[in-house]
Design a protein around this ligand. Structure first.
Ligand code: HEC
Length: 258
């Protein structure tokens, strides 16, 4: 056989081996968490209906107690609990409002891997499993503001193929603990009175102008010279509010619409 053919064969062989190493039994690779800045989620390939099968829970735990705010730089236990199948795969990404990795995930439990993809850090399965996965999460530096954990999961039938598998996703926000208790805004003289938000979005002080954006960056609403806005008709989810106070200073908040 011609030497070049042998070389070519070796290259193809290497490609096949590296491709199968990237294949989804070791996790799909890349960022398929569905977070802003990711390249979609798992549902394009694992799309059995209905979606949203099973239950996903994310817990940030400090000394055995679940918390909803973090202290900058502190290390927490991170628990991911997914119920609904014996063969589950997942990816998780914790990001700040720039869609970049917020904090650091380490000490991940067996059957999982942690790696960087673009400006985000991904924690994902490399062996499909069931139940509970754990890791450590070291919170980001002060003034990072809210962090959102995005999870995409496949509840598989274990046939080794991407057929017959159900998709589900989940996200949860954790706010930065600050000395003035002003957790949901960054460096502003104004703040949201309540978060998560029901039918009314209420700020402590009236604003000159305020804009509400959805997670895809689409403008959802605006209000002027008021501290209240009707949000009863917007879909549940995570939204971004930015505003100009009457005195010209600016602020933002991320809020969860229930
Ligand atoms: C580009 C298509 C594609 C994407 C996107 C994808 N997968 Fe897969 N996945 C596959 C294929 C193909 C298989 C079967 C072959 C294999 O295991 O490599 C598979 C297999 C699996 C299996 C084993 C299924 C079984 O029934 O045994 C799990 C679990 C899994 N993927 C989880 C995920 C998760 C979690 C995501 C999103 C974070 C994801 N996949 C995204 C293509 C994909």
């Amino acid at each position: 056989m011609n030497k070049n053919y042998i070389k070519f064969g070796a290259i193809i062989g290497t490609l096949i081996v590296s491709f199968s190493m990237l294949s989804s039994s070791n996790g799909p690779g890349g960022n398929k968490t569905g977070a802003p800045g990711s390249s979609g989620n798992c549902s394009g390939c694992h799309g059995n209906t209905p979606s949203n099968v099973g239950i996903i829970r994310v817990k940030i735990i400090d000394n055995g107690t679940q918390v909803t705010t973090y202290v900058p730089g502190k290390t927490y236990d991170l628990e991911l609990n997914i119920l609904g199948s014996e063969k589950i795969g997942f990816q998780l990404s914790a990001i700040n409002d720039q869609n970049k990795a917020a904090g650091t995930i380490s000490n991940n439990s067996s059957g999982t891997q942690v790696y960087n993809s673009g400006s985000q850090q991904i924690w994902g399965h490399n062996t499909p499993g069931s139940g509970l996965w754990t890791a450590k999460w070291t919170a980001p530096v002060a003034n990072t503001g809210s962090v959102i954990f995005y999870v995409a999961a496949v509840l598989a039938d274990g046939n080794g193929k991407n057929s017959g598998d159900y998709f589900n996703s989940f996200n949860v926000e954790i706010t930065e603990e600050s000395s003035n208790g002003n957790d949901n805004v960054s460096k502003s003289q104004n703040q949201l009175i309540q978060n998560p938000v029901g039918d009314q979005l209420t700020l402590q002080h009236p604003v000159k102008s305020a804009y509400i954006w959805n997670s895809e960056g689409k403008l959802i609403g605006k209000f002027f010279h008021s501290n209240q806005f009707e949000v009863g008709n917007i879909a549940p989810g995570v939204y971004h509010l930015n505003y100009v106070n009457e005195n010209g200073s600016t602020g933002f908040a991320r809020f969860v619409k229930q």
